[in-house]
Write a protein that binds this ligand. Structure first.
Ligand code: NAD
Ligand code: ZN
Length: 276
């Protein structure tokens, strides 16, 4: 936790000024972790959980659909919701925020993205080191993990439609998306690596997450205990804000490209810009 009055909390400063100061503090750092949530994909057109569900799904609460109990109770309903979300996600593109995160790899020796998102947009934008803590909606697996966790199933190899959860070809259980539902454990290896990195990093950038869903919400706490610089990018105040040295209050699709530009300018002035 920051023990001093942090720049993000001083009233009256402009966002551009905050971005410039954050860039100056970032400039000499080595190991950057980016912890991202649904907000970074909002400008691509992927709704966050807190945004109203649209159309057919308006009357369902996502926290009531994204659970193993919901799937057990009504596999077809949950399947249909995920197929709808999969199609929505397949039709969108990464935005400037995802691309700026990928650009950080040109500027710092170690950059790892720890994402709660299941949309795969960081990889499409070009980030190379990503831990998907909540899985990926583009993959499917056996709900019984009949050949070990995860027993991945390639949908193109089995009969299926968008209204009925298909059947695992190995054991007859239902097929489900390879995502982590409320009440389920996160993939062990990814989680261990995330916490290990959080305890060693110089900087953690926390982007577009409300900081409510555990255990991902504990990553910035771990980094902060290790005296890492914490930079939040979110238009709204969150649970993470009190830990942050800088709170960059704007949409990540605008703030992150500006931040990358500011770092590039500093490198250029220092004569360290690889492209100069
Ligand atoms: P959340 O919905 O709880 O919070 C989203 C946060 O993003 C909010 O704090 C909001 O202020 C912020 N935000 C909104 N627009 C933004 C923007 N343009 N730039 C920056 N920030 C913006 O999301 P969460 O914290 O990721 O947790 C919810 C759970 O929902 C996670 O488990 C996640 O896996 C899942 N989820 C994922 C996706 C996805 O993959 N894109 C979408 C919806 C939900
Ligand atoms: Zn099976």
């Amino acid at each position: 936790m920051a023990l001093f009055l942090s720049p993000g909390k001083i009233g009256g400063m402009t966002l551009s000024g905050d971005i410039q100061r954050a860039a100056e503090r970032l400039n000499n750092k080595t190991t950057l972790l980016v912890s991202s949530g649904a907000g970074i994909s909002a400008e691509s057109g992927v709704p966050t959980f807190r945004e109203a569900q649209i159309g057919l799904w308006e009357r369902y609460d996502p926290s009531q659909l994204a659970t193993p109990q919901a799937f057990q109770r009504n596999p077809d309903l949950v399947w249909e919701w995920y197929r709808w979300r999969h199609k929505l996600i397949s039709s969108v593109e990464p935005n400037g925020g995802h691309r700026a995160v990928a650009d950080l790899e040109d500027l710092f020796p170690v950059v790892v993205v720890l994402t709660q998102n299941i949309d795969g947009l960081h990889a499409i934008a070009g980030s190379s080191e990503i831990e998907e803590l909540h899985g990926n909606i583009r993959r499917y697996k056996c709900s019984d993990a009949c050949r070990g966790e995860p027993t991945l199933i390639d949908l193109t190899t089995i009969p299926y439609d968008d209204e009925h959860a298909p059947i695992c070809p190995f054991c007859g259980a239902h097929v489900r998306p390879d995502v982590v539902w409320f009440g389920e454990s996160l993939p062990r290896r990814a989680l261990d690596r995330a916490f290990q990195l959080a305890s060693q990093c110089d900087v953690m950038m926390v982007i577009g997450t409300s900081g409510i869903v555990q255990p991902a919400a504990s990553l910035p706490v771990q980094a902060s205990q290790n005296n890492a610089l914490i930079i939040e990018v979110n238009p709204e105040e969150t649970e993470i804000s009190r830990l942050a040295d800088f709170c960059l209050r704007g949409p990540s699709g605008e703030v992150l490209p500006e931040l990358v530009q500011a770092i590039r300018r500093l490198r250029h002035q220092d004569g360290k810009d690889p492209s100069s």
